[in-house]
Design a protein around this ligand. Structure first.
Ligand code: F6P
Length: 319
């Protein structure tokens, strides 16, 4: 009988619970034993691991966060931490480790795979920055959550003829900011992948005012630096008082959208199919509307790039 362990390290993403449910239910129904690891990789270091049953995952498909909890575990990046994690996995005679998380978590999983434990990665992150997959679990929900907030801010922007900078998450990538910008009809989107020219922005803002386009939404990805600093600089150059609103952690929470839940269920089930076929060290991904599996080394050694098309479309529509 195969034994699998499952964990959800790093930033929680809405839909992680739906994915845990799918992995647990499919693997137990296929005759495997499943262990839940608490607090991400930290649980492997602390021996915080428990046997899961079909009913352990009842009533969780609609909940954000993760029932297995999470943490940022710096120790797993050290040789000592890695050996402790391997020792726990060996103690429980785990054949497969299923890691539901972002790029950092998948990198740690790859290291574990070098010690003879087979791993399967499932991309889950609101940042959508995992190479090889068009979408990660939680991304769609985070966009919906953010645009609900941006729509509300737009009411004040319109009523007061104000310019707003709205800071969103995404770490050093702009995938989230771009989709939020497009969906909310933002006039400007700033992402770390493409440099922007402050003078040009100020000129465009002045022109907007002449065109009677007096309320403006600027979506600012956190990886671009300090949004308050940008607001100050725009004020110095144009005299326009720019308001700043940081959406923060609300983007990570809340009930998962139908799309995030269904992607999570499909990813989880496909991960179990891979285990049943004895496939090792793979990451399940969404490509051209289908679920595929690619080698974990491909995911960890490649960088996912944003396309300039979305940024250009946002500009074309903000005339
Ligand atoms: O990776 C998800 C994410 O929410 C990023 O967008 C953000 O930069 C980071 O996690 C915040 O991490 P923490 O929860 O450790 O503050």
């Amino acid at each position: 009988m195969k034994k699998i362990a499952i964990l959800t390290p790093g930033g929680d993403a809405p839909g992680m619970n739906a994915c845990i449910r799918a992995v647990v239910r499919r693997s137990i129904s296929s005759g495997m034993e499943v262990y839940g690891v608490m607090n991400g990789y930290q649980g492997l270091l602390d021996n915080n691991i428990f046997k899961m049953e079909l009913r352990s995952v009842s009533g969780i498909i609609n909940h954000g966060g993760t029932i297995l909890k999470s943490s940022r575990c710096a120790e797993i990046k050290t040789d000592e931490g890695l050996s402790k994690a391997i020792a726990t996995l060996k103690k429980y005679e785990i054949d497969y480790l299923v890691v539901i998380g972002g790029d950092g978590s998948i990198k740690a999983a790859e290291k574990i795979s070098k010690f003879g434990i087979s791993v399967i990665g499932i991309p889950a992150s609101i940042d959508n920055d995992v190479y090889g997959t068009e979408e990660t679990i939680g991304f769609d929900t985070a966009i919906d959550t953010a645009i609900e907030a941006v729509d509300k801010i737009r009411d004040t922007a319109t009523s007061f003829d104000r310019v707003f900078i709205i800071e969103v998450m995404g770490r050093e990538h702009g995938f989230l900011a771009l989709e939020i910008g497009l969906a909310s009809g933002a006039e400007f989107v700033f992402i770390p992948e493409f440099k922007f020219d402050l003078n040009k922005i100020c000129e465009e803002l002045k022109k907007d005012q002449q065109k009677k386009k007096t309320s403006v939404i600027m979506v600012f990805a956190e990886g671009c630096g300090d949004s308050r600093e940008l607001a100050k600089k725009i004020f110095q150059c144009t005299g326009i008082d720019v308001k700043v609103s940081n959406l923060g952690y609300i983007q990570r929470g809340g009930n998962p959208s139908a799309r995030s839940r269904n992607l999570a269920s499909r990813f989880g089930s496909s991960a179990v199919d891979l285990i049943l076929k004895d496939e090792k060290n793979k990451v399940v991904v969404l490509q051209e509307c289908g679920i595929k599996a690619i080698p974990i080394e491909k995911v960890t050694s490649s960088e996912k790039n944003v396309s300039k098309d979305t940024l250009e479309l946002i500009k074309k529509l903000a005339v």
